[in-house]
Design a protein around this ligand. Structure first.
Ligand SMILES: [Zn+2]
Length: 222
């Protein structure tokens, strides 16, 4: 059953003339993004504003003057334009005020710089029904998001000296310090990003990265 709030939002939007409805819709989107970003910050996951998908332009766009990057990317002008900028945490938002001021401006995609509040294991979406459905992988209880063609599993940030096993599968990626991943809610070229297991459902508890990787590897080998 739809919540009263979503019913109200939909009904109100449908009653407004088109340009106004669009503006209302955008305000709602920025609001839900801000709420999601605030939850992250409150649980020790710094956030970065990212470019957003434009159906009109059929590419990701941002508000950095002269930016030509068409893929998803950090939309903070000071972040170096390299594929793996180091010290991403330096540019990330960690305060309530910072999040509110940022998402008041635009419907930025929420990016999580990894290696700070969490590490992330990325799998191609097609492994949802094999690796992800494996009982032992599932039992790790990792928060899990689907974004476009990828699935992201969130784990505790690995400590510097910790031995983390390599992934047995070449198409699986571990995002650690110097990387980032997007999280829901967000529009993607094909659909809407969503949580398969929301961090709040598991009390923001994260499995150890090494444990999760070992189970993913085992599921692949089994
Ligand atoms: Zn840009």
């Amino acid at each position: 059953m739809p919540s009263l709030e979503s019913w109200f939002t939909k009904t109100t939007a449908s009653l407004l003339p088109n340009p106004l409805a669009k503006r209302f819709d955008m305000r709602q989107r920025r609001r839900s993004l801000a709420i999601a970003a605030l939850r992250c910050v409150a649980h020790g996951w710094p956030v970065l504003p990212g470019a957003w998908w434009s159906a009109e332009h059929q590419r990701y766009i941002c508000d950095i003057p002269g930016c030509l990057t068409a893929g998803l990317h950090p939309a903070a002008a000071e972040v170096p334009r390299t594929s793996h900028p180091t010290n991403l945490g330096k540019y990330a938002l960690t305060t309530r005020r910072g999040v509110i001021d940022t998402w008041r401006r635009r419907a930025y995609t929420i990016l999580i710089p990894t290696g700070i509040g969490c590490d992330v294991v990325e799998l191609p979406r097609e492994y949802i029904h094999t690796t992800l459905a494996d009982t032992h992988v599932d039992r790790c209880g990792a928060p899990t998001a689907v974004f476009d063609d990828s699935v992201y599993l969130f784990a505790a940030p690995s400590r510097q000296l910790e031995t983390v096993p390599d992934l047995a599968h070449s198409r699986f990626v571990i995002h650690k310090a110097g990387s980032w991943v997007p999280i829901p809610p967000a529009l993607t070229p094909d659909s809407q990003a969503s949580w398969l297991r929301n961090p709040s459902k598991v009390g923001w508890r994260l499995p150890e990265t090494a444990t999760l990787l070992a189970e993913i590897n085992r599921a692949q080998i089994a």
